[in-house]
Design a protein around this ligand. Structure first.
Ligand code: C2E
Ligand code: CA
Ligand code: CA
Length: 279
């Protein structure tokens, strides 16, 4: 009974989290492994819950999916991220890189406007509803951000749960010039058929593979095969969860374009990133 009560209170609180302005977006850089330029920032949601501190997605995303508020949360994050990128674009800082775990201006950044994008996670629940494309269009219009600065991260559960709807919706989203990333690749079914059936631009290799790549030959061979297959099919590859220079060097050798992980930087809030850039 007590557990049920706790769950019910948490559900209620989560339903009101947006209205009470308790959600936050943190940004983790994605780096071009060869030049160390920041090519994109992944928007990651947090819940500043009164009395409990900053909660991470593993503590509330599953619940948000269960009670049906995940689509509102994702759309809120998408809007925040688009606005934030617009603001950074207007600051005109040139290219960014990372040093000592922080995002800083790239020393030799020539002025052509940076092409840095923003990655936003989309729960598979969106693909069971029909308003994603409309919401998406209005967010782009309101924030004035061009679609090619956006990368939408989806997982293969989208294809398993709503294959037909997903294919149609992705085709519509592609008309805005956004890019589609297949997140967490290597976990779950990782069916190779998705890679050519759906309009995927970038594959993100899950960190469970990346983290064994310097000690486990089998993981290394799996990652080598994934990268080679993606390239053959015309897709780029981002490796998640890079924590050591050895892992980065191996991935660079294998031809992996981009990487993300604590070796470069953890996710931080937008204000902190802005402050570091202004130093
Ligand atoms: P993800 O999409 O795989 O996001 C990357 C997660 O890996 C983030 O955790 C990030 O902080 C963590 N990470 C990054 N680099 C490293 C590393 O080098 N080592 C380790 N051990 N971890 C690293 P976070 O922020 O806790 O997010 C967890 C998951 O929550 C995300 O996994 C994503 O699936 C989900 N999520 C986050 N924000 C949203 C959102 O706005 N909407 C939806 N639907 N899901 C979200
Ligand atoms: Ca992701
Ligand atoms: Ca991931």
């Amino acid at each position: 009974h007590r557990q049920a009560q706790v769950l019910m209170r948490r559900e209620q609180a989560l339903t009101q989290a947006i209205a009470y302005n308790q959600l936050r977006v943190h940004y983790q850089p994605i780096i071009a492994l060869d030049t160390r330029v920041v090519t994109s920032l992944e928007a990651l949601v947090r819940w500043q819950k009164p009395g409990e501190g900053l909660l991470y997605p593993d503590q509330f995303i599953a619940l948000a999916e269960d009670i049906g508020v995940i689509t509102s949360i994702d759309q809120w994050v998408l809007r925040q991220a688009c606005q934030q990128l617009q603001t950074w674009q207007q600051m005109g800082t040139g290219a960014w890189t990372v040093a000592d775990g922080r995002i800083v201006r790239h020393a030799c950044s020539a002025e052509p406007a940076p092409t840095m994008a923003i990655n936003v996670n989309l729960s598979s629940n969106h693909f069971a509803k029909n308003n994603l494309v409309d919401t998406f269009a209005s967010i782009l219009q309101d924030t004035g951000l061009e679609g090619h600065y956006l990368k939408l991260e989806i997982t293969e559960s989208v294809f398993i749960e709503n294959a037909k709807e997903a294919a149609a919706m992705l085709a519509e989203l592609k008309q805005f010039d956004v890019q589609i990333c297949l997140d967490d690749f290597g976990t779950g079914y990782s069916s190779l058929s998705y890679l050519h059936k759906f309009p995927i631009d970038i594959v993100k290799i899950d960190r469970t593979f990346v983290q064994g790549i310097d000690t486990d030959d089998e993981k290394l061979e799996i990652v080598r095969a994934i990268i080679s297959l993606c390239h053959t099919l015309g897709m780029a590859v981002t490796a998640e969860g890079i924590e050591t220079p050895e892992q980065r060097d191996i991935l660079l050798d294998l031809g992996c374009e981009c990487g993300q992980g604590y070796l470069f930087a953890k996710a931080t809030d937008g204000a902190t990133i802005t402050r570091n850039l202004q130093r």
